[in-house]
Write a protein that binds this ligand. Structure first.
Ligand code: ACO
Length: 321
């Protein structure tokens, strides 16, 4: 007994920023960004609070699953930074859906949703939960330095959610970390303690793009092989690949050796950019809503991110179980 996906939801900020919009104030171009990354546009927070998007996507996922918030036994939220350090965004979501279940946030950067799915699996297998709400949300626009063209063009904001219920939909889960404190780094606020002898690092996300690129290609390829082996499948048996949407070139390079039909590889990077933890969640919801998945289809979610974390989860689509 593990879980199956009973419902999904997502919410994106209203404001859409194109590459040409960025070229108005940065030394960049639509041609550079599209060729190097595959990104054309991204949604950016303006008047919305991240929390409100997380709540909207959670309510949509609950409605999709046909259940009320009182049926949720655990609320998890994957985010690198919610609107507040405390309370956790998961608590804001729990409050908004009328749940008194345990609620906490998980930071595994872009792999956060996969970490949450594996935590949900553990709670369900241990008999501590029957229904888990996994939410993800990222305000990447508030973490990057908007004068740094090598990072700010890559990211977008958004939120997503899925309801996981006890059932037989999880086929495999592989998580790992190759600790690296510098390849992707976003410092925290140091506060004003008179005893603090450590200076404040610059409050902006920094990244060694080349290093992350190499890690991503290797890690995603390895995680796919390991998850397939765990499920007793080959990469060819997977119906749909949902890779972290960081860079089309990374996705292509990491899947190349498996000779997968490109129509099986789902993308929204052109419209959303890299939304960190919430990328694969929004991708799942968007394609679920399009009717792409059918009962029995095998979906492989794979991601990498700051940490450096990586992972893959394989599920069988049984939404109407
Ligand atoms: N517009 C125009 N030129 C640019 C831009 C830009 N937006 N950004 C960088 N350049 C320039 C660089 O300055 C460099 O110029 P130079 O040769 O004169 O020094 C040139 O373009 C080439 O730069 P590279 O870094 O070699 O470009 P590359 O092809 O490697 O692409 C990229 C850079 C897109 C960042 C790539 O390395 C990448 O995708 N890496 C992985 C990033 C990633 O996936 N991050 C995930 C983070 S997820 C998380 O946890 C938050």
């Amino acid at each position: 007994m593990s879980f199956y996906v009973a419902g999904t939801g997502s919410a994106l900020p209203e404001k859409v920023v194109s590459n040409d919009d960025l070229a108005q104030f940065l030394d960049t171009s639509d041609e550079w960004i599209v060729t190097r990354t595959g990104i054309r546009r991204r949604h950016i927070l303006t008047h919305e609070r991240l929390e409100d998007l997380a709540i909207a996507s959670a309510k949509e996922a609950l409605a999709d699953a046909g259940i009320g918030g009182e049926e949720v036994d655990l609320v998890l939220c994957a985010t690198m930074r919610g609107d507040t350090v405390t309370p956790a965004t998961a608590c804001a979501v729990a409050g908004a859906i009328g749940s008194a279940a345990p609620a906490f946030d998980i930071n595994a950067a872009c792999v956060g949703v996969l970490y949450c799915m594996e935590i949900a699996d553990s709670f369900i297998v241990a008999g501590k939960a029957k229904t888990v709400l996994v939410v993800s949300c990222e305000a990447m626009s508030k973490l990057v330095d908007w004068t740094d063209r090598s990072t700010c063009v890559l990211f977008g904001d958004g939120a997503g959610a899925m309801v996981l219920r006890a059932g037989e939909g999880r086929l495999a889960g592989e998580l790992s970390t190759r600790p690296d404190l510098h390849a992707i780094r976003m410092p925290n606020i140091e506060g004003n303690s008179p005893y603090n002898m450590i200076g404040q690092e610059k409050l902006a996300l920094t990244m060694d793009g080349g290093e992350v690129y190499k890690f991503a290609v290797n890690a995603m390829g390895r995680n796919i092989e390991e998850a397939c082996a765990q499920a007793g499948l080959t990469p060819a048996d997977i119906d749909w690949y949902l890779p972290h949407q960081a860079n089309v070139r990374i996705i292509t390079a990491s899947l190349k050796k498996f000779k997968i039909d490109k129509d099986k590889v789902l993308l929204n990077i052109d419209e959303c950019g890299n939304m960190s933890a919430t990328s694969v969640m929004v991708l799942l919801d968007q394609y679920a809503k399009k009717g792409t998945f059918h009962c029995g289809d095998k979906l492989l979610l794979v991601a990498f991110g700051g940490g450096l974390t990586s992972g893959a989860v394989i599920i069988e689509w049984k939404k109407n179980q």
